[in-house]
Design a binder for this molecule. Structure first.
Ligand code: AMP
Ligand code: GLY
Length: 433
């Protein structure tokens, strides 16, 4: 089988790595990929949103299966377009992907079907939104309706911050048309967790829970990023809670999408807040999470092509996932200045030394091979260093040992990935022993 992976981040490198272990897979292609992906796959420089280009490539190269990483092509209907051509593709249709691409759609769906989430109001007039936040006061969260590269949700401490956020989104149009309408919602207190699940529209097969670290700096301070690290399993989501999440969130969401005529096939990602009143949805995403995927897939023993094909064919009930008992911790190494301005083009060394540790994987995000043939930095998030360990503390130690072997100018990373997991285990950072 020939597989095409669409995207160029750490998530896609992890997918390429995992898919390449399948006995069914003979050849992997990636569009556009990065330096790490292109070591194990044939890369072609087609943008993930150039849907016509991708259709042509898949058809003329006899691609048997396309797996989409990022949300943008899903929101633009890549799945509908491939299916019209009779090409096999993994992911939700455009109408189903709206669960991520329109926060208003997702919030109204949750309200209608009783799926627990923050209380909210929708606005298209900034004046009315401002009146509302003045009445409600802080803390409160202001969100652009559409896709905004993970930056469209602005948690605000008080009404002044909220007014500024409303102006930024609706008047200054910081996220363009994505901010024509906004959601203003209740601020939820608690700990976040990510639950990803395969679903074929009927059956649901959850992956092991994980936790992302969205803020740039240690102690969850600083601006939101695409994610600075992740770990799995997430002790905040124990077996009982996994059951509750299945019954109260995943199952009703999949049923609701079907009832709305938007049958959902692909990965459904529930970003959750574990509040004192139980798990509530922060957001749904229509794809694998990044960096969560970098911590979850190394623990998966099952050939990933099995659930991917069963999702497309509608027989996910026949698949079971098997997991390693080990824990996995992924530390993202970024460029100094990220998520703001940063420089690129610095040589990267030490990856082989790190990988020689064994059970440690260096997934590439913003990397490329320069004119001289050297591996250099080419983006904000550069690498994800994932280590397996016998438990979370061991995986943390191994991940940072790997990180210490890798060098590039201005390398910047959090030094507390997994700290909440340690708190649940009654341990402090850094883990010793
Ligand atoms: P979103 O883009 O909706 O996933 O939001 C990005 C991040 O903002 C989340 O991962 C949370 O850390 C934070 N956030 C969003 N909505 C809320 C909320 N209602 N209460 C507390 N934090 C939130
Ligand atoms: N880790 C957050 C996301 O994938 O959206």
């Amino acid at each position: 089988m020939k597989v095409l992976v669409v995207g160029s981040g750490g998530r896609e490198h992890t997918l390429v790595w995992k898919i390449s272990q399948s006995r069914k897979v003979k050849e992997i292609h990636a569009a556009p990929g990065n330096a790490g992906i292109c070591k194990g796959a044939t890369c072609v420089s087609i943008s993930p949103t150039d849907i016509e280009g991708l259709v042509q490539y898949a058809a003329s190269n006899n691609i048997d299966l396309t797996v989409v990483g990022p949300e943008a092509p899903l929101a633009e209907g890549i799945v509908d377009r491939f299916e019209r051509e009779g090409l096999r593709i993994f992911g939700p249709t455009k109408k189903a992907a709206e669960i991520e691409s329109s926060k208003i759609f997702a919030k109204n769906l949750m309200k209608k079907y009783g799926i627990p989430t923050a209380e909210f109001e929708v606005f298209k007039d900034p004046e009315k939104a401002i009146d509302y936040v003045k009445e409600m006061g802080g803390p409160i969260v202001v969100k652009a309706d559409g896709l905004a590269a993970g930056k469209g949700a602005i948690p605000c401490k008080n009404e002044w911050e909220a007014i500024r956020a409303i102006k930024k989104i609706m008047v200054d149009k910081a996220f363009g048309d994505a901010g024509k309408r906004i959601v203003v919602e209740e601020f939820m207190e608690g700990e976040e967790a990510s639950i990803l699940a395969f679903t074929d529209g009927e059956n649901i097969l959850p992956l092991e829970p994980s936790q992302d670290h969205k803020r740039a700096y240690d102690g969850d301070r600083g601006p939101n990023t695409g994610g600075m690290g992740a770990y799995s399993p997430a002790p905040v989501v124990d077996k009982v809670l996994q059951g509750t999440i299945f019954d109260e969130i995943l199952a009703p969401a999949v049923r609701a999408m079907k009832e709305e005529g938007r049958e959902y096939r692909g990965i459904l990602y529930a970003g959750l807040m574990i509040t004192k009143d139980g798990p509530k949805v922060v957001e749904f995403n229509c794809r694998f999470g990044d960096p969560e995927t970098q911590a979850v897939l190394p623990r998966l023993m099952t050939d990933i092509i099995r659930p991917i094909e069963a999702t497309i064919d509608g027989d996910l009930d026949k698949v079971k996932l098997r997991w390693r008992r080990s824990a996995a911790v992924c530390v993202v190494m970024a460029s100094e200045g990220y998520p703001g301005k940063y420089q690129k083009g610095f040589p990267i060394t030490g990856i082989e030394e790190a990988e020689a540790m064994g059970d440690l994987y260096v997934f590439h995000a913003g990397t490329k091979i320069d004119e001289k043939g050297d591996l250099v930095t080419a983006g904000g998030r550069v690498l994800g260093v994932t280590a397996l360990g016998r438990d979370i503390p061991d995986a943390i130690k191994r991940a940072y040992e790997g990180v210490s072997k890798i060098h590039f100018e201005g390398a910047f990373y959090r030094r507390d990935i997994g700290y909440r997991a340690l708190e649940h285990l009654g341990l402090k950072y850094p883990p010793v022993g």
